[in-house]
Design a protein around this ligand. Structure first.
Ligand code: ADP
Ligand code: MG
Length: 919
């Protein structure tokens, strides 16, 4: 029968069409999420301020009140902390007076509060503080878990003076009127969210919920920064899609059949809730009725029957439609239903009616699947995953009525979102328990937040703290420069005998050594008219040599030099050598430097108190190597300043943030009390790593810093360095993480044996973990370019970074949940921010001193910087520069990264020295 075929075809969207629907849903969702387009969006994507799914540790007693179609339900839910396997629930139902849904808002809320009052009386009026969750199944504009303005009533409700009001407050006032002052309304939520929360039972969180009931809706855990209507920018937040309104802007008109048009026209809200009217059980019976009517008019059905009965609304119930589609008893059921309507169906009529019913129900399932596929694809994309594995909580009579329905949803979703693996989890009594779990999670998170804030508070420095550090650094600098006070200063302010930065006329070929960091290197540097060329070789210094005898160390160094000269064919030449030696030295001349103390893990014997140039010459002697001509010993800070100074004459400061930290700068000779002469300037190697060794920073050190310091080979020394540099930041983080585990707020408090190992948490992890794209600027992009622009800007996200956190933690045998990853990142951020800010406070003291030295209102100066931490950490330099600007507003400071400052710089110092030597 062609007419029936046509009807069936119209009601059976092919896969291509479903793909189109999915695409449009995605687009509608994006529109709803964006601040700019939200107001016009049909899919509202409402923020719920639910930022976490349960982890099973939730416990306590919770009161819930649920506003339903014709009744109010109150619940008392006790969670036992057992993974929410067996919450204890007591509940009571209160039928609402018929007219209350159309009356005054106050009356409605008073009624709800009375229900709570009665319920509590039955329970014996417990007097302790009771958190109450309000399940309110209407669209609300939420600005917090407990702040929700009703957007508009629906489902037959139309109480006055509620739209635009905060319904949490309305309920709280009504509850207070009942003298229930110990009941606090702490959360409001939609029924969809409740389903998601209850389905998070076992090990795996449920992050999507799908309601297929009289109406339809869905919610899911979105990346918070994409939810532009909420201020949260990190983590995730559950979004209530309100997708029932999908299509209200006309996007579904080509999908809608004439039957759907009629259902819509006859409904109480024509033009609205277009998607819901294709999917919700409230409408399926009506769609079938209109299809049958049309076919009967075309004489394709019920020939000879009087079909007027089919013209009255709601004569065919969705329940009946669902029974008719049954395989075995369906046609018999169809006959019964049709007969009851006074029709005389033939055998063929019955089977055709069954086909129509099946088409309508299958379409509802397939369209829900298209919507679900859109959500899943969105989640997968925004989490930057190849494959999304996710649990989807499902509820609603339509889903429960027929196994076939769930099967269609599952299989069509699989076709439309093949890169997502979905498990549908049917929910049991969702909303009430869900509400309790929402509250329990909120309470747990608030308590954890307090713990975390308390723990991290000492690491968060105020502006005043930083200003004090700056002032202390300034004081220590003065002490270090003074002839009498130098011996007692923690900042040694060592003269370097480098009295000028390069002027560009330097020429020649030089050898350079770089000792004092992770690697030992030998270089040959050609300083020529058109620039600097170098070749270098890295040599490992084993810890046994680093901490063995001085003789062995310097022998090793000379062997490396000889190997290098051999390889570079430099054996026959005697090149001037610059020696970058990055440890505190008392310099007595450019080529005479007495080691004051080892740092950064070095501890070779019989070196402290010796001239390191002499130690090198002695070793050369021992090795019969007579071609060494050491002309300068240079600290790496000085080398860095010199190499940047070659490109930028304003570069008069050198800074290192690598294994250790240190700085140097050009000081006026008249201020350098430890060297004779008042003319010109000299570069001062501050050795600021030791700042605080005299106790002046004690109140800034935290318990974590103490723990790190205790285990170093130079406990109590280099205290400033231990707050800032690469050798220590990972360790600080590790100690904080251990403490958070102990406080049960990280990794569910499970012991982490591997995390007990020293140095297992590398400082480079901080870089990886903080490597996040900057938060997308709100309101970027035009409406026209929206879809195109949003993809790269908004959709690059936390996902990747957080996956890296998880990967790093996995290597440490730690199973991190999403929240764990967020917390680890917060710890890293706190530690690296503090390091950058302290470094800025130190620099602020330096630039301010230089400005005052020169009697300038404004100083423009460049800092040459080296060190892997500074160069590789994604935030360090930004924080450093921002804080410096704030602390030294009268200095405009440019940062220039040095390329191989130690090598190039040593050669340049040698070159400057040779320039002076040759008349
Ligand atoms: P040095 O200061 O010894 O000359 P570097 O400047 O290379 O050497 O600094 C090495 C230090 O940098 C190491 O202690 C390590 O902790 C740290 N580091 C290495 N890689 C990174 C990274 N990607 N991000 C931050 N710090 C790093
Ligand atoms: Mg270095």
């Amino acid at each position: 029968c062609p007419q029936v075929q046509r009807a069936l075809l119209a009601l059976t969207p092919p896969l291509e069409t479903l793909k189109v629907v999915k695409g449009r849903m995605l687009q509608a969702m994006r529109k709803g999420l964006s601040r700019q387009t939200h107001a016009q969006a049909s899919v509202r994507m409402l923020p719920t301020y639910i930022c976490s799914t349960p982890n099973g540790t939730e416990k306590g007693d919770y009161l819930v009140v649920e506003l339903c179609q014709s009744h109010v339900r109150t619940l008392w839910v006790t969670l036992l902390g057992d993974g929410n396997q067996s919450p204890q629930v007591m509940h009571e139902i209160f039928i609402m007076p018929a007219d209350i849904t159309q009356g005054k808002g106050e009356t409605l809320f008073d009624f709800i509060a009375q229900c709570v009052h009665q319920f509590l009386s039955v329970l014996g009026n417990p007097q302790r503080r009771l958190p109450l969750g309000f399940v309110f199944p209407f669209s609300c504009r939420q600005t917090g878990l407990d702040k929700a303005e009703l957007i508009s009533w629906a489902k037959g409700f139309s109480c006055s003076d509620v739209e635009g009001q905060d319904v949490v407050q309305l309920l709280q006032s009504a509850i207070n009127k009942q003298e229930l002052h110990h009941v606090d309304v702490i959360a409001l939520m939609n029924d969809t969210v409740g389903t998601m929360m209850t389905c998070s039972m076992g090990g795996k969180p449920c992050e999507v919920a799908l309601i297929m009931d009289k109406g339809t809706n869905a919610c899911f855990m979105a990346e918070a920064h994409q939810v532009e209507m909420a201020e949260e920018s990190s983590g995730r937040m559950c979004v209530n899609t309100e997708w029932g309104c999908f299509g209200d802007d006309g996007t579904l008109s080509d999908i809608m059949t004439p039957y759907d048009q009629r259902v819509d026209q006859e409904s109480s809200n024509p033009g609205q809730k277009r998607f819901e009217k294709l999917v919700g059980s409230l409408y399926l019976g009506e769609i079938v009725r209109h299809a049958l009517t049309a076919l009967a008019v075309e004489k394709a059905l019920f020939v000879g029957s009087n079909i007027t009965v089919l013209r009255s609304k709601d004569v065919l119930k969705t329940q009946q439609v669902l029974e008719i589609i049954d395989k075995e008893e369906g046609t018999a059921k169809a006959r019964k239903v049709l007969m009851a309507l006074g029709l005389q169906p033939s055998e063929q009529d019955c089977s055709r009616v069954q086909q129509i019913c099946r088409a309508v129900v299958s379409r509802a399932a397939a369209l829900s699947a298209a919507g679900l596929a859109a959500i899943l694809s969105h989640m997968r994309q925004s989490r930057e995953l190849k494959q999304l594995v996710v649990n989807v909580g499902v509820d609603g009579e339509l889903y429960r009525s027929h196994a076939r329905f769930g099967e269609i949803v599952q299989s069509v979703t699989g076709l439309l979102a093949p890169e997502c693996t979905v498990t549908l989890v049917p929910s049991v009594d969702s909303t009430g328990q869900g509400a309790a779990i929402v509250m329990a999670v909120a309470v747990r998170l608030a308590a954890q937040r307090r713990e975390v804030d308390q723990l991290l508070a000492p690491l968060r420095l105020s502006r005043t703290d930083l200003q004090r550090v700056q002032a202390l650094m300034r004081r220590e600098m003065e002490l270090g420069l003074g002839r009498e006070t130098n011996a007692n200063a923690s900042v040694r302010m060592l003269p370097t005998y480098v009295c000028g930065t390069p002027d560009g006329t330097e020429r020649g070929e030089f050898l350079a050594l770089d000792l004092g960091g992770t690697n030992f290197r030998v270089l040959v540097v050609h300083v020529e008219r058109d620039g600097i060329r170098m070749a270098s070789e890295i040599y490992v210094i084993p810890t046994t040599i680093m901490q063995g005898t001085g003789e062995a160390l310097f022998n090793h160094i000379v062997e490396c030099i000889m190997d290098f000269q051999l390889k570079q064919d430099l054996m026959e030449q005697v090149l001037p050598l610059g020696f970058t030696f990055s440890f505190p030295c008392q310099q007595l001349g450019l080529d005479k430097a007495v080691l004051l103390t080892w740092t950064k893990g070095f501890n070779a014997s019989d070196c402290v108190g010796q001239d390191v140039v002499q130690l090198l010459r002695d070793a050369a002697q021992r090795k019969q190597h007579f071609g060494l001509k050491v002309v300068a010993v240079v600290n790496d800070t000085v080398g860095t300043m010199m190499s940047c100074g070659y490109d930028d004459p304003k570069c008069e400061i050198g800074l290192i943030v690598g294994t250790g930290t240190n700085a140097c700068y050009m000081e006026e000779m008249r201020n350098v009390g430890t060297v004779e002469g008042d003319q010109g300037r000299m570069c001062i190697n501050m050795e600021w790593g030791a700042f605080g060794d005299n106790g002046c920073l004690d109140d800034i050190f935290t318990i974590f810093d103490q723990l790190v310091d205790e285990k170093t080979i130079n406990a109590g020394k280099q205290r400033f360095e231990k707050l800032i540099s690469g050798m220590y930041l990972g360790e600080i983080v590790r100690h904080i993480l251990l403490s958070l585990v102990e406080k049960q707020v990280l990794f569910c408090g499970k012991p982490c044996p591997k995390l007990q190992t020293r140095d297992i948490f590398k400082t480079k992890f901080l870089s990886t973990i903080e490597m996040v794209m900057p938060p997308p600027s709100r309101g970027m992009g035009t409406v026209i370019g929206m879809v195109v622009l949003m993809v790269p800007l908004v959709w690059g996200s936390d996902g990747l970074a957080l996956r890296q956190v998880r990967a790093i933690l996995q290597e440490l045998e730690l199973q991190a949940s999403f929240e764990d990853s967020m917390l680890v990142r917060e710890v890293c951020q706190t530690v690296s921010l503090r390091a950058a800010q302290l470094c800025a406070a130190g620099l602020a003291a330096v630039v301010e001193k230089m400005r005052e030295n020169r009697g300038l209102a404004q100083l423009a100066v460049t800092v040459g910087v080296d060190g892997t931490l500074y160069k590789m950490h994604p935030r360090f330099s930004q924080h450093l520069q921002q804080t410096l600007k704030d602390l030294a507003p009268n200095c405009s400071v440019t940062f220039l990264q040095s390329e191989d400052g130690s090598g190039k710089g040593a050669a340049l110092v040698a070159a400057v020295a040779c320039r002076g030597a040759e008349p």
